[in-house]
Design a protein around this ligand. Structure first.
Ligand code: SF4
Length: 620
């Protein structure tokens, strides 16, 4: 039976080499086992990608996905997802973006758009319902056009202001390995998804849809949504989060010692005072939101940026408050806001960009890189002007920027001279804004995530915010099982493509999502929360198998030596190290994976219905 409710029911396959366009049916079995979004992306990537391909060759594929709740009116569900093989880590990668692109994409009548091959010249793809046009984008390529201007220009030229555009900026054109894909000022940013798009000569994907999404019980879905909004807006954390977004947690994370300083060398900043919510309030202009979200966690802030002649821009999230703040020993909020703007303009991941900068700063501090190596730039801690110059070089791939554009892992290999000791990455993806030594499940997730160092694949709210129940963040007890639980649940949510924030705060429970799914799709199994969480576990294991097929092993589940051997020198986590071996054993046991190799055991894969894949891989 064809899936027609909740889902659009169709897949669009576009080959950029031949310009062939195919419309395929969404397979019911795939939907039931992998839900949508991240899960469906993992399934297609595993099935369709030849092992060992170069992520920047035309053999790689780019999957743009929506979920069963996208464009249904359900809470915070307008996000979109990109899945591909990462050029930065070589692993499976999923990156999710906000804005309004997901909603418009689903309305074109497709749950999934697959982009294959490589265009012979820069191209904008325009999908208008089931019509696909290829538009020459040569005039937009290589001109240094920022991503906001670019989106406006494409919309103007296509003559319909309801069009949404997902595009790359100069970083994606130039092959910076951590380029993002932007919609409005929101990005699908991690792992170089924008680099893959650039490697295919695709400047932008523009979408316009007028197809209604059919629902089984729209009234019920609307009733549930109303009740959730009513309860969430009365929650004690709602007002603060809605006003400041994730940047509002910066001071709390610093107080908890979770806000690393100077490339994870320290856990405390003496002059932190400039980065509190009071400072943000002074430059606050107004809230902004993704389509149909009642939380409106984004904000427009004032900025002084004479170089770019801007006065107001969308403000940074917590990760960018950190990556261009404490991470590079900077307390100037205006510079963080300006750097966030530059990264959005260039189309580059703020986490990887900031951590690559702090890596270079530490190398300069230690004399591993000289001023000459840095093209004459004095890259000292907190030096804004120097950071800005290096960032520009990274995007243009000029001088030292050509090396740093490769990310910390590859840059360290090129630089040599023990530089790899200071490269803060896991599987090639730069570590985000949390001190792994200060929250063991949070750190364990970063060490084991299928995409490399990501906080968003298994955020330990229990350790950091006591939600739903507080857990001792320093204890190693039970952290394997807790990490598994957080990762599987996130894989489920990422597959429905719902925003992580309301789920993290507990404003929407898994039971509510199950009810919304049944109201949208009518698929009875989706009403069972355990069924959905098992689907998340299946998806997680499939991603793991993809990585194993690419050659990743147990030794790749690690944190850099700094976290294992150097106790945190100061701040609330003083004296803590990360108990890697102990925690990893506990995690593999909880996952049902071999304790030595980290390969999923036969009975686990049989339980999840993945045994045929495992046989094919000969992993046992
Ligand atoms: S909570 Fe924030 S990021 Fe999530 S959908 Fe709403 S506005 Fe977008």
């Amino acid at each position: 039976m064809r899936i027609v409710k909740g889902y659009a029911g169709k897949v669009l396959r576009i080959n950029m080499t031949t310009r062939q366009v195919l419309i395929e049916e969404l397979r019911t079995q795939d939907v039931k086992l992998f839900l949508g979004g991240r899960g469906l992306g993992a399934k297609y990537l595993f099935d369709e990608l030849k092992p060992g391909i170069d992520p920047l060759s035309e053999d790689n594929k780019l999957y743009f996905l929506t979920g069963p709740l996208t464009a249904t009116g359900a809470i915070s569900s307008s996000r979109w997802m990109v899945v591909t093989k990462s050029p930065l880590s070589g692993t499976f990668i999923r990156a999710t973006g906000g804005g309004a692109f997901g909603q418009e994409l689903k309305r074109t009548g497709f749950d999934l758009v697959i982009i294959e091959g490589k265009a012979s010249r820069p191209t904008t793809i325009f999908i208008h319902n089931d019509t696909v046009k290829f538009i020459d984008a040569s005039a937009l390529w290589g001109k240094g056009i920022d991503t906001a201007t670019l989106q406006d220009r494409i919309i103007r030229e296509l003559g319909d202001d309801k069009i949404q555009v997902a595009c790359i900026g100069p970083a994606g054109e130039n092959g910076t390995l951590y380029a993002a894909i932007m919609n409005l000022r929101r990005s699908a940013s991690r792992g170089g998804v924008g680099t893959v798009m650039g490697s295919k000569n695709i400047k932008a994907l523009a979408v316009r849809g007028t197809c209604a999404v059919n629902l089984v019980d729209k009234e019920k879905l609307n009733d549930i949504t109303r009740d959730v909004i009513d309860a969430a807006t009365r929650h004690s954390l709602y007002n603060g989060f809605s006003h400041f977004g994730s940047s509002g947690i910066t001071a709390l994370m610093h107080e908890m010692g979770m806000h690393p300083v100077k490339n994870f060398q320290s856990g405390y900043m003496n002059n932190f005072a400039g980065l509190t919510t009071d400072n943000i309030e002074q430059i606050f202009v107004k809230d902004v939101t993704c389509a149909r979200c009642f939380i409106h966690c984004g904000s427009i802030l004032k900025v002084r940026d004479t170089a770019n002649n801007k006065n107001e821009v969308e403000g940074p999230e917590y990760e960018t408050m950190w990556s261009f703040g404490a991470n590079i020993n900077n307390t100037d909020l205006n510079f963080i806001v300006a750097a966030n703007m530059l990264c959005d303009d260039y189309g580059i991941d703020t986490i990887s960009a900031g951590v690559t900068l702090s890596f270079a700063m530490e190398l300069y501090e230690r004399g591993i890189l000289s001023k000459g190596d840095l093209d004459g730039i004095e890259l000292t801690w907190g030096n804004h002007e120097a950071a800005r110059q290096i960032l520009k070089k990274i995007v243009k791939r000029e001088g030292i920027g050509d090396v740093l554009a490769l990310g910390t892992k590859r840059a360290a290999e090129k630089i040599g001279r023990s530089a790899n000791n200071f490269a803060m990455h896991v599987k090639g993806l730069e570590i985000p804004a949390y001190e792994p030594r200060g929250a063991k499940a949070h750190g364990l997730n970063i060490a084991t995530s299928t995409i490399g160092a990501s906080h968003m694949t298994g955020y330990a709210m229990q350790e950091l915010f006591g939600i739903p129940e507080p857990v001792d963040r320093y204890s190693v007890q039970g952290k394997g099982a807790l990490t598994k639980q957080n990762q599987d649940k996130t894989a489920t949510y990422d597959s429905l493509i719902i925003c992580g924030f309301p789920a993290c705060f507990g404003w929407i429970s898994p039971e509510i999502y199950a009810q919304l799914l049944v109201a949208a799709t009518g698929i009875e199994e989706f009403g069972d929360v355990q069924y959905l969480i098992t689907a998340g576990e299946r998806i997680y294991n499939l991603e793991r198998l993809f990585n194993i097929r690419e050659g990743f092993q147990s030794k790749d589940d690690y944190l850099p030596e700094r976290f294992l051997k150097e106790p945190v020198p100061d701040g609330a986590n003083k004296g803590q190290v990360f108990e890697m071996e102990l925690l990893l054993r506990d995690y593999y046991t909880a996952r049902g994976w071999d304790i030595q190799t980290g390969v999923p055991k036969r009975e686990k894969l049989e339980e999840l219905g993945l045994q045929s894949i495992a046989k094919e891989l000969k992993v046992w």
